[in-house]
Design a binder for this molecule. Structure first.
Ligand code: ADP
Ligand code: MG
Length: 356
């Protein structure tokens, strides 16, 4: 009884947190086509602390697909959710400094990609961020700024170079006791890609996959042929107030921001994207980064990594990437775009200025 109450309360809090974040999908349509065509089969799920919204349009098998997708998401939870005590990542964390743990091919490949990204971003994205995430506990209630000694101690355990991967035996070992993996910065994108791959395989032509309002994949176009309309939430305003409208088809979009999960202490905002170099939440003038293009896994990592870099470094980093674009929002409400996005973002809010 008590535990179910706690669960429901937890759910409400998480839903509340989720309502504060990045992207939302506009369902209003100017279409004069048969309205029944525009009615999707929808499902909302709650998995790995994430509210997941799925909409499939114009497919007789939709209900069946949704069942299969739920099973896939449960499998992802068993693989990579560090707070699931039966997961593979949990087992790796438990064995830190002691032994190598055998994992599934999917988990191994995702960890390999995570470490490659850690190298590519020079540690801005670091999947061994676990000790700092556990110390700060941001988004869990009752948080406060940890003691400097504890921050230094946790920081000394964060280093992707201490993740030992054995490809031949599919094992992963964390070199030091106290190390831990946290895939919160890549897991939603990974799961979104698995769902999208499945929907492509079963030839669904029109669907929206939305994980937590931060990783979205738009498959095809709307059934009436229009592009999908994705609203970018104004971080300072109530849910649903957008600052920009982005129209796209067959595309991935992912946002990370310093306003998603946070607590306030002495007028300072402490949020959930941590700088492995300082051990503190990032504080570099960036409010959020939205990535458009690439796989959802790429976009999820990149949005987090670039928030850790600053505007200048992040812009230079993103400009040398092919087929992936970025939109940066600074604390002073200026919006900067990589070259491929110029002319494609429809600013709908006069509090923000587009810097050409
Ligand atoms: P959201 O989960 O709100 O979509 P992100 O995709 O930016 O936001 O992921 C943030 C999560 O990633 C944090 O909650 C934490 O679990 C993890 N994380 C925080 N800082 C880093 C970092 N520097 N590198 C890798 N993962 C991080
Ligand atoms: Mg992300």
């Amino acid at each position: 009884m008590i535990s179910s109450k706690v669960k429901i309360l937890g759910m409400v809090i998480l839903l509340f947190i989720a309502a504060g974040i990045g992207l939302f999908y506009w369902n209003n349509s100017s279409s004069k086509v048969d309205p029944s065509l525009n009615q999707p089969v929808t499902q909302t799920l709650f998995k790995f602390d994430t509210v997941i919204n799925l909409k499939i349009y114009g497919d007789d098998e939709s209900a069946n697909h949704l069942k299969k997708i739920e099973q896939m998401l449960d499998d992802v939870d068993q693989q990579i959710n560090m707070s699931n005590k039966d997961s593979e990542i949990h087992a790796i964390n438990e064995a830190a400094g002691k032994k190598a743990v055998k994992v599934s091919q999917g988990t191994f490949d995702l960890m390999k990609l995570s470490v490659d990204y850690a190298e590519d971003t020079q540690g801005a994205f670091d999947p061994s961020i676990g000790p700092l995430v556990s110390l700060w506990k941001i988004g869990n209630g009752g948080e406060h700024v940890p003691d400097a000694n504890l921050i230094n101690q946790a920081k000394s355990l964060v280093n992707y170079k201490d993740i030992i991967m054995d490809e031949a035996n599919l094992t992963i070992k964390l070199a030091k006791e106290g190390m831990s993996l946290d895939l919160g910065g890549i897991g939603k994108g990974y799961a979104a890609d698995l769902v999208a791959n499945y929907l492509h395989d079963v030839q669904v032509e029109s669907a929206i996959i939305d994980l937590g309002g931060s990783s979205i994949i738009a498959i095809g176009r709307k059934p009436n042929g229009e592009q999908w309309r994705i609203g970018l939430q104004d971080p300072d305003r109530a849910r649903g107030e957008q600052l920009a409208l982005i129209q796209l088809d067959n595309e991935t979009i992912d946002s990370s921001g310093v306003y998603e999960r946070f607590f306030m202490e002495n007028g300072v905002r402490y949020h959930h994207i941590l700088d492995p170099k300082t051990g503190f939440p990032t504080k570099n003038g960036l409010k959020s980064v939205t990535i458009i293009g690439g796989t959802a896994t790429d976009a999820d990592v990149l949005s987090t990594a670039v928030v850790v870099m600053d505007l200048e470094e992040g812009m230079a980093y993103m400009n040398q990437k092919q087929n992936v674009e970025a939109m940066f929002i600074t604390e002073d409400n200026r919006i900067y775009l990589t070259s491929g996005l110029k002319g494609k973002i429809n600013l709908t809010n006069e509090r923000y200025t587009l810097v050409e």
